[in-house]
Design a protein around this ligand. Sequence first.
Ligand SMILES: *Cc1c(COP(=O)(O)O)cnc(C)c1O
Length: 369
Amino acid sequence: MNRPIYVTKPFLPPLEEYTESLRKIWGSGILTNGGPFHDAFEASLAKHLGVEHVSLVCNATIGLILALQALRIEGEVITTPYTFVATAHSLLWTNNTPVFVDIDPVTLNLDPCQIEAAITPHTRAILPVHCYGNPCAVEQIQEIADNYNLRVIYDAAHAFGVEHRGQSVLKLGDVSVLSFHATKMFNTFEGGAIISPDAKTKRRIDKLKNFGFVSETVVAASGINGKMSEVSAAMGLLQLDYADHVRQRRQAVDARYRQGLEGLAGIEFLHYHADTTANFAYFPIFVGDDAPIDRDNLHDRLRQRNIFTRRYFYPIVPDLQIYKRFEATVGNQLSVARNKANQVLCLPIYPDLGDDEQDAIIANIRKAF
Ligand SMILES: *Cc1c(COP(=O)(O)O)cnc(C)c1O
């Protein structure tokens, strides 16, 4: 390819529409602290997602920290090794101990059958990730949480617009956290949102994201600055108008890959459950031992042709030096997560990806095989 193709390219609404919003911000002189765009986006987002209680935040990492703080989680938290580092980082920032449990080889999400073995008297919560926007085993996780009196905080960074049995996945568990980072399927430059189950939890989060201020002179907790600015909120409000278009384009790219790469020996795709309304946030392929080329060779070969795929998520979090000390708490071997991390390659997927560009990616993979 003459021009490099990256794994993603942020969707941007027409610039004229955004400058119109900027003009309003310049007019109001309100840049942050819950301005008009913040409030309008928060309300419209809730409606769009089919949820009630939304708190906008500056990014999902701070969002996870706020969620853990709001639910007063301190102890051991069961989480997945197959995720972006921010999931585990949020636990260290809140004085929690991550306990890594292996994933299911089909869903790539926390294996519900292995959670109970990792529960100790110190376990306070489960922090699963809807990896690639594919919903976790939500019913089984909730049952375990209910039996052991644990809270469930979903890292829903990938799960914008995803539904399980016709309902937003963001309604499940105690709290869910979305990311609106530039590389995610819905972006506000940087940003995120916390979905609470009730108004009381939302109010607590809204105070914590503003340093813990309850009133001008009273500070109830050591909160943080997690607020979303007006420029990000204005972007989010505009992006909502294009969210359906973005999803449809992504779905078309997903379908073209599945068709184009069909029949290659040793390649596997992510399969969505019949109960899932997917968002097509990622297109991971898994290059198995029976493939004629290994994952890293395929990655390098595509890179030589200006096609930049990503190994999300390699290495798994507990294999990072700073997380090695948590390996001792692991009862199982995390072999599924490690194996998948060695096989995964996320292919470029975004609304502007041209058919010709995608066909070139497919042709290059076929040739490599
Ligand atoms: C991107 C991502 C995050 C962090 O999101 P930010 O908004 O960049 O802080 C957290 N968890 C997962 C699974 C992610 O992919």
